[in-house]
Write a protein that binds this ligand. Structure first.
Ligand SMILES: Nc1ncnc2c1ncn2[C@@H]1O[C@H](COP(=O)(O)OP(=O)(O)OP(=O)(O)O)[C@@H](O)[C@H]1O
Length: 227
C-alpha cells in the first residue's frame, strides 16, 4: 500500500473545515482521479501528501511511514518521493527546459553527470527532444506542461500528483497530456490527478474519488457512475 489516510480532517485556522473524516487507500501503481466542486477540498488533500499542510485530526501513511508524526528532517526525503505538476506549470522563466529540470535535481544534491543523463532521459520520455534549450516563453502551453512533467519525474518519484494539469490547455492538447500521464503510470509511477475535466475522466475509465464539502462521497474503481 502506498498511501493510507485514516479519518483525516483538516480545519484551517479561520474555522473552515476543508476535509471531514477522509479515509482512503491507494495501491502502488494506481492511477486515480480526484474530482469534486470548487471548494470540495481537493487542493487541501493534495497539500497533505507532501506535508505542505498537516491534518487537524487523523493519520496519514505514505510508503508505511506516518507523515503526521514526521520529524522536520524527514520532510525533504518525503518530498523527493513526490513529483508535482501544476495547472500553471510554475516553470522558471529565465531557465531553459533542460535547466528547469536540472534545477529540481540540483536542489536535492544530485551530481552533474547524473543530472545530465537523467535530464536527457526525461526530455525524451515527455517528447521534448529538440526543445531542450528553449525557454518557457518560447514553448506552447502543452510543451510547457511537458517540461513540468519532466521536472516532476526527474528525481524518480514514487508518486506523481497533478493538480488540474490540463486546466490551461485546449482539449486536444489535454488528451495528449493524459496519454503521457497514462504512459508514465504504465511504467510504474502511481498518479493522482485532481481535475474538473469530466470528458477526460470519462474516457479514462480509471478510479475516481469524488469529494464534496470535504467528504469522500464516492470512490469508484472505473469512474462509471460518477462521470
Ligand atoms: N489556507 C487556507 N486557509 C483557510 N481556508 C482555506 C485555505 N485553503 C483552502 N481553504 C478553504 O478550504 C476549502 C477547501 O478548499 P480547497 O482549495 O481544498 O478546494 P478545492 O476542491 O481544491 O477547490 P478548487 O477546485 O476551486 O481548487 C474552501 O472552503 C477554501 O476556501
Amino acid at each position: 500500500m502506498l498511501v493510507q489516510f485514516y479519518n483525516v480532517s483538516k480545519i484551517y485556522s479561520n474555522g473552515v473545515k476543508a476535509l471531514d473524516d477522509v479515509s482512503l487507500k491507494i495501491e502502488r501503481g494506481e492511477f486515480l482521479f480526484l474530482m469534486g466542486p470548487s471548494g470540495a477540498g481537493k487542493s487541501t488533500l493534495i497539500k497533505l501528501f507532501f506535508r505542505e499542510e498537516v491534518p487537524t485530526r487523523g493519520q496519514i501513511f505514505i510508503a508505511s511511514r506516518s507523515i503526521v508524526r514526521m520529524k522536520r528532517s524527514e520532510v525533504p526525503p518525503l518530498r523527493r518521493n513526490i513529483g508535482i505538476i501544476f495547472q500553471d506549470f510554475k516553470l522558471l522563466e529565465n531557465k531553459t527546459a533542460s535547466e528547469n529540470i536540472a534545477f529540481a535535481m540540483e536542489v536535492v544534491g544530485a551530481n552533474p553527470k547524473e543530472i545530465r543523463q537523467r535530464v536527457a532521459e526525461v526530455i525524451e520520455m515527455v517528447g521534448l527532444k529538440g526543445r531542450e534549450n528553449s525557454f518557457p516563453g518560447e514553448l506552447s502551453g502543452g510543451e510547457q506542461q511537458r517540461v513540468g512533467i519532466a521536472r516532476a519525474l526527474a528525481n524518480r518519484p514514487l508518486l506523481l500528483i497533478a493538480d488540474e494539469p490540463t486546466g490551461n490547455l485546449d482539449i486536444d492538447i489535454s488528451r495528449e497530456i493524459m496519454e503521457l500521464l497514462f504512459d508514465i503510470n504504465r511504467k510504474g509511477t502511481t498518479v493522482i490527478m485532481a481535475t474538473h475535466a469530466r470528458e477526460l475522466v470519462k474516457a479514462a475509465r480509471k478510479r475516481v474519488i469524488l469529494l464534496d464539502k470535504g467528504r469522500v462521497i464516492a470512490d469508484n474503481p472505473n469512474g462509471e457512475s460518477i462521470v
